[in-house]
Design a protein around this ligand. Structure first.
Ligand code: AVI
Length: 321
């Protein structure tokens, strides 16, 4: 469906929902069906993701937090004083607090996130805790592009959480290349989940409490609320598995039965077992990620890894040409 036709069918949709509607309809028409994981993060999706981060099975958050806690001083020394921190996909900003506390007089903090409501709340809390720090939140989908104000200091990107793993390798390469441009000669601190025992990976995306399943189904709940669709989320199973050949978790919503759904005036038909691919989460080896970073024009300068080799944080600087 074209944007013009969509606006005729559902004239009241705000611009962000029009992007969601166009991408969702295109993704459901395609074979295999897929939807970008960036649409998980409405306010409810962001809340569910915060719950995932606390789950016993989901090791990435606590492992990365521990790495930041332990090595923030070394990271801050590499970044230097007076830097401007741009956080990509800022969310609740728990991790950047550890970095900001270790940095000497950071010049400015620019959290960038697709979920605007969530961003403003987190920015207000940060301002209260760091009275001298300028906080400039930017509600933007950086996968579509990003315009930043002129830099006030050495610009350093912070991209934690292994969100880089949610991009296919080609997209990840292009995103890192674009980040190098936005950072304008500055460095990038990036969190990367590592290849490991497939059973542990499987458990991390199939938690016993069903929070990841609710997070996955929330995409349908969001489509109902925001686009007036009539998905019955209970008629879709959460299905996540590790694919060791390409070293990624795949997450799907699988139709439990033959059914049809109406979305922005369009009837979408599912057979029992039809899947909608909602997310990839690539896992890297240390060498594999360093290769990707080099291909994007960065030079890996330091890397911190926990004792179990579960998670890594990389400090990348622009390669000298
Ligand atoms: C945000 N991203 C890095 C998470 C991941 O692990 O790929 C999203 C997530 N999906 C299911 N659980 C967590």
């Amino acid at each position: 469906m074209t944007t013009t036709r969509l606006v005729q069918v559902t004239p009241a949709l705000p611009p962000a929902s029009i992007d969601f509607a166009c991408d969702l309809i295109a993704g459901l028409r395609a074979r295999p069906r897929s939807v970008s994981p960036k649409y998980f993060y409405d306010a409810e999706g962001s809340r569910l993701f915060d719950l995932i981060c606390e789950l016993p099975e989901y090791y990435p958050t606590r492992t990365e937090l521990a790495l930041l806690q332990r090595h923030a001083g070394e990271m801050a020394a590499l970044i230097g004083p007076g830097a401007e921190i741009v956080e990509f996909g800022a969310g609740a900003s728990r991790k950047v607090r550890l970095l900001l506390a270790a940095l000497r007089t950071p010049r400015r903090y620019l959290p960038v996130d697709i979920s605007g409501e969530y961003l403003d709340e987190a920015a207000q809390a940060l301002r209260a805790d760091h009275p001298g720090l300028e906080v400039l939140p930017l509600a933007a989908d950086f996968t579509r592009g990003l315009t930043l104000p002129p830099a006030l200091g050495r610009r350093v990107g912070f991209f934690p959480g292994s969100s880089i793993g949610n991009f296919d390798p080609g997209e990840a390469l292009r995103l890192l290349q674009r980040m190098a441009g936005w950072l304008d000669g500055g460095g990038l601190l990036v969190g990367v989940d590592l290849v490991k025992d497939p059973q542990r990976l499987h458990a991390a995306y199939n938690d016993a409490q069903g929070v990841t399943a609710a997070f996955n189904r929330n995409l349908l709940v969001r489509a109902n609320r925001e686009l007036g669709a009539d998905f019955d989320p209970a008629r879709f199973d959460h299905y996540a598995f590790y694919e060791p050949v390409v070293q990624r978790i795949e997450m799907h919503l699988v139709s439990r039965c033959a059914q049809s759904v109406t979305l922005c005036g369009e009837r979408i038909v599912f057979d029992a077992g039809d899947t909608v691919h909602t997310e990839n989460s690539y896992k890297y080896t240390l060498d594999g990620f360093a290769r990707l970073a080099r291909a994007a024009g960065f030079e890996p300068q330091a890397c911190w890894v926990d004792a179990e080799h579960d998670f890594s944080v990389h400090w990348l600087v622009p390669a000298r040409t």
